[in-house]
Design a protein around this ligand. Structure first.
Ligand code: KIV
Ligand code: ZN
Length: 538
C-alpha cells in the first residue's frame, strides 16, 4: 500500500470505473477490443486503479477483465480491479479474471441500507454483518488488496455502517469505499458522514477511504470533493461521468478542480491532464454517448467564448474569462493545420502533436484518409483529424466492411440507396432499397445484407466544425430486439452525412455482432444479386 508517491497524505488515487459502472449506462456496451483500447488510454492518462468489469456477469465480461489484467496490468501499470457481490461464486470469478495482473484487487460489496436489506437482499443486519466477515476474509485469502463497499451507504444508518466497516477491516479489507448509490446525499452531509466514519470505525486509520458518487441530483462532483476534503484519498470516477442512470462523478471534473484550486483542496493526482480530451472523445465514440456541448472540461463549448464582451476580454488577456487553458486538458487551439498540399511529414508531425504515434502502415492509411478529406474540405482542423482517426482506427472490429454506397433522393422520386458490403465470408454483397428518405433507404439496404433484425432507438447528426463543408458526425444506437436490455452505439464521420450515417449504423451492427456472435450469419445475395426492397410501412 505504501508505494512511493502514492501514499503521501495529499495524493488522491484515481479509481476509474468507466469499464464497470460506466459500461452499465444504458447503451454503453463495449466490445472487448474497445475495452482494451480504453484501458490503454487510461494508462496513458495515469489512473491508479482500473475497475475493469464485473466478471460474474457473464463469461464475456470475465474474459474482458482477464484480457485487461494480462495486457494492461503490468508491474509499472495500474491496479486491475474486478467487482464481486459478497458471494463465493462472484469472488472466485473476480479472482479468476484478475489474478494475472501484477497488482490485482477484488472489490466486493453488499447493501447496508434498511430498504435494500429488507426488500432486495431479504437479510437482517446480523446476516449482512456475518456475510461481510465471511466473504471479505475469503476474498483476502485469495488476494492481498481488497476493497469493500457498503452499497447505498448514504441511506444507511451511520452507526450500522461503522459496525459493518469495522468487521470488513478485521476481515482484511484494505480500502473502504462509501457509495452514494442513488445520488441522494448533499456535499455537507457527505463531508459529515466521511468524517464520522473515518473517526469512529475501529481500524479506520489503517485503510484507504474512498468516495463513489452518482449524479442523480447533479451533485456527484461536489459530493466527491467534499468527501476528499473530509479525508478520503481515493475517488471513484468515470470518463465523461457515464454510469448508471444520471451517471457517476466525471474524472475530468475532479482532476481539474483539484488542479485549478490547489489553495482550496491542497490535493494532487497522478493524472496527465493533457490526455483528458482524447480520453473523453474515445469513450464517447466507443459508447455512442455524446458529450453535451456545455459539459465542464470536455464539452465542445467548454473553451468557446461567444459574447462580445467575453471575446474582447479574451483578446486582451486570456485569464479574464478562462480559469484553465484548453492546452492543459489536451485541446489544441490551432485551427487550420494542413491543407491539400501538405505532405506526409507535416501530417505525421501534426498527428504527433495531437498525441497519436502511428506505425507506418497505419500512418499511410491515415494520410490517405486525410488527403481524401483535404480534397473535399478547404480547412482541415484538429477536430477533423481526430474524427477521422477515431473513425478509421477506434471503431469496433469489423464483421461487415463498407465498400461503397450510392444514394438518390429528393422530391422527384423514391429515395433509393445501393450499398456494397464485404461480409464475414470475405465476399462482396450488394443490395438496393427504397426508403422514406435517404437514411432509411440506406439502413434498409444494409439490413437486407446483414439479415440481423434490430431496432434503431436513436439517430443523431451534428457538424464537427463550422462551415458548409464541415464533417458531419452521426451517432446511432440500436437494439437487437425491441425489449432487449442492451443497446449498441455506433459512430461515423464524413463530409457526406449519408455516408457518415451508413458508417455509424454499420459500426453499431458490427458491435452488436461482436457482442452477440455472428457465426450463424448467412448474408443474403452476392455481388451478382441486386434486390430492391420497398419501404417499411411505418
Ligand atoms: O453505486 C454503487 O453502489 C456501486 C457499488 C457496486 C460500489 O457502484
Ligand atoms: Zn456506482
Amino acid at each position: 500500500m505504501d508505494e512511493p508517491g502514492v501514499s503521501s497524505n495529499n495524493y488522491v488515487r484515481i479509481f476509474d470505473t468507466t469499464l464497470r459502472d460506466g459500461e452499465q449506462s444504458p447503451g454503453a456496451s463495449l466490445t472487448s477490443a474497445e475495452k482494451i483500447d480504453i484501458a490503454r488510454q487510461l494508462v496513458r492518462l495515469g489512473v491508479d486503479i482500473i475497475e475493469a468489469g464485473f466478471p460474474a456477469a457473464s463469461p464475456d465480461d470475465l474474459e474482458g477483465v482477464r484480457r485487461i489484467a494480462r495486457e494492461v496490468g503490468t508491474p509499472d501499470g495500474p491496479v486491475i480491479c474486478g467487482l464481486a457481490r459478497t458471494t463465493k461464486n462472484d469472488i472466485d470469478k473476480a479472482w479468476e479474471a484478475i489474478q494475472d495482473a501484477a497488482k490485482p484487487r477484488i472489490h466486493t460489496f453488499i447493501a447496508t441500507s434498511d430498504i435494500h436489506m429488507e426488500h432486495k437482499l431479504r437479510m437482517t443486519r446480523e446476516q449482512v454483518v456475518e456475510r461481510t466477515r465471511e466473504m471479505v476474509s475469503y476474498a483476502r485469502s485469495l488476494c492481498d488488496d481488497i476493497e469493500f463497499s457498503p452499497e447505498d451507504a448514504c441511506r444507511s444508518d451511520p452507526a450500522f455502517l461503522v459496525e459493518v466497516l469495522g468487521v470488513a477491516i478485521e476481515a482484511g479489507a484494505t480500502t473502504l469505499n462509501i457509495p452514494d448509490t442513488v445520488g441522494y446525499i448533499t456535499p455537507a452531509e457527505y463531508h459529515e458522514l466521511i468524517t464520522y466514519l473515518i473517526r469512529e470505525t475501529p481500524g479506520g486509520d489503517r485503510v484507504f477511504w474512498s468516495v463513489h458518487c452518482h449524479d442523480d441530483l447533479g451533485m456527484a462532483t461536489a459530493n466527491t470533493l467534499a468527501g476528499l476534503q473530509a479525508g478520503a484519498r481515493q475517488a471513484e470516477v468515470t470518463i465523461n461521468g457515464i454510469g448508471e442512470r444520471a451517471g457517476n462523478t466525471a474524472l475530468e471534473e475532479i482532476v481539474m478542480a483539484l488542479r485549478t484550486r490547489p489553495q482550496v483542496y491542497g490535493l494532487e493526482t497522478g493524472i496527465d491532464a493533457t490526455h483528458l480530451t482524447r480520453s473523453s472523445r474515445m469513450v464517447s465514440n466507443y459508447t455512442g454517448m455524446l458529450v453535451q456541448p456545455n459539459k465542464a472540461i470536455t464539452g465542445a463549448n467548454a473553451f468557446s467564448h461567444e459574447a462580445g464582451i467575453h471575446q474582447d476580454g479574451m483578446l486582451k488577456n486570456q485569464a479574464t474569462y478562462e480559469i484553465m487553458t484548453p492546452e492543459t486538458v489536451g485541446l489544441s487551439q490551432s485551427n487550420l493545420v494542413l491543407g491539400k498540399h501538405s505532405g506526409r511529414h507535416a501530417f505525421r508531425v501534426r498527428l504527433e502533436e495531437l498525441g497519436y504515434e502511428m506505425e507506418s502502415d497505419d500512418l499511410n492509411l491515415a494520410f490517405q484518409r486525410f488527403k481524401e478529406l483535404a480534397d473535399k474540405k478547404k480547412t482541415v482542423t484538429d477536430a477533423d483529424i481526430e474524427a477521422l482517426i477515431a473513425d478509421e482506427f477506434y471503431g469496433p472490429e469489423e464483421v461487415f466492411h463498407m465498400e461503397g454506397i450510392q444514394v438518390a433522393c429528393g422530391q422527384m422520386g423514391m429515395p433509393t440507396a445501393t450499398i456494397k458490403l464485404r461480409g464475414p465470408d470475405g465476399k462482396e454483397h450488394i443490395h438496393a432499397a427504397i426508403g422514406t428518405g435517404p437514411v432509411d433507404a440506406t439502413y434498409q439496404a444494409i439490413d437486407q445484407i446483414v439479415q440481423v433484425p434490430n431496432t434503431l432507438v436513436e439517430y443523431r447528426v451534428a457538424a464537427i466544425t463550422e462551415g458548409i463543408d464541415a464533417l458531419g458526425e452521426v451517432t446511432v444506437r440500436i437494439r437487437r430486439d425491441a425489449n432487449g436490455r442492451r443497446s449498441f452505439g455506433g459512430h461515423g464521420a464524413d463530409t457526406d452525412i449519408i455516408v457518415a450515417s451508413a458508417k455509424a449504423y454499420l459500426a453499431a451492427i458490427n458491435k452488436m455482432l461482436a457482442y452477440t456472435g455472428f457465426a450463424d450469419l448467412a448474408p443474403e445475395g452476392d455481388a451478382a444479386t441486386i434486390g430492391v426492397r420497398a419501404p417499411a410501412a411505418t
